[in-house]
Design a protein around this ligand. Structure first.
Ligand code: NDP
Length: 285
């Protein structure tokens, strides 16, 4: 039996980042604009710290200027909104990222919606998500945007294909559903109440899994020859990272599969860079 093609998110992301470097330089020389990203990390959640560090390193490598803010875990909602309001006004800042999750005493949607939608490079504000659903120009959330690029690296034309998205979060599952609808797929969205997930997987030409449950999707659930994108990030007892799909088994069934790590992760960071550049370009119009 042939093994699936591995979708190398790291290599695809590296290619895209070369173009971003060129575009950042061009914007500086033609308009004297340096794309600027404000990053807010509240408290000291170790996983969030790691994700923020990766994003900061990636920004620095492509020439995006960073503005870093590290409020204490007990910061109030009002104080956070004040900080965001000041960043909304700052002309050097084109993108504002609030790393999630926020501490329990803070209403995340209040914080996200305080971001000026023109600087919402994560695409999480109600305005941006509404624009995505109604197919208007917007910042497409980074993970679904990156997953689409991975899928298109394998399939030229998505028209009429059956796609299954597992997970219905506002930041991955739901926007992924709309991204695939816009590409003329017939999309099913599964979640924890879904009945007969194996059967739905078996019908999917494209399977995107964003649950956060190690090896939830078994190899023999997968439609032979299909394209599988694993968004999940799970940590084993010995601190290794695994996805939501049983990669070893799935590679015997899928036509192409993205690994964890090295699949959706690097693409998410790259799409954050893309969105920040897009915001800086728009500020010049
Ligand atoms: P959430 O926890 O917000 O959502 C998880 C979703 O999975 C929910 O919709 C839940 O259903 C569903 N779910 C839970 N158990 C099952 C099950 N047994 N069968 C079917 N569906 C189930 O997670 P996120 O969307 O924020 O993240 C998902 C995963 O992706 C995580 O591992 C996260 O770390 C990773 N991630 C990776 C990124 C990357 O760049 N690679 C970026 C963002 C996230 P219900 O709604 O019914 O509870």
């Amino acid at each position: 039996m042939n093994l699936a093609k591995i979708i190398d998110g790291k290599a695809i992301a590296a290619n895209l980042r070369q173009n971003i470097i060129k575009d950042v330089l061009e914007l500086k020389s033609s308009k004297n604009i340096i794309p600027g990203l404000a990053v807010i990390l509240v408290g000291d959640n170790p996983a969030s710290k790691l994700y923020v560090r990766n994003k900061i390193t990636a920004c620095k490598k492509v020439g995006i200027k960073l503005f870093e803010f590290y409020p204490e875990a007990n910061v109030s909602e009002v104080e956070l909104i004040k900080l965001i309001n000041s960043l909304n006004e700052n002309k050097e800042i084109h993108g504002i990222l609030v790393q999630l999750p926020l501490p329990d005493h803070i209403n995340s949607m209040n914080i996200i919606n305080a971001i000026d939608p023109r600087k919402d490079v994560d695409g999480f504000t109600a305005t941006n998500l509404g624009k995505l659903v109604t197919e208007q120009d917007c910042f497409v959330p980074c993970t679904p945007q990156g997953c689409l690029i991975l899928i298109k690296s394998i399939i030229d034309k998505l028209d009429g294909l059956n796609a299954l998205v597992v997970g219905r979060s506002n930041i991955v599952g739901k926007p992924m559903l709309h991204v695939l609808i816009q590409n003329n797929c017939t999309v099913t969205l599964a979640h924890s109440h879904t009945k007969n997930l194996p059967l739905l997987c078996k019908q999917a030409d494209i399977l995107v899994v964003a649950v956060g449950s190690s090896n939830l999707i078994k190899g023999d659930w997968i439609k032979p020859g299909s394209t599988v994108i694993d968004v999940g990030i799970n940590y084993t007892a010995d601190n290794k990272i695994t996805g939501d799909v049983d990669f070893k088994e799935a590679a015997h069934y899928a036509g192409a599969i993205s690994p964890v790590p090295g699949g959706a992760g690097p693409m998410t960071v790259t799409c954050l860079l893309k969105n920040t550049l897009k915001s800086a370009l728009y500020s010049a119009l």
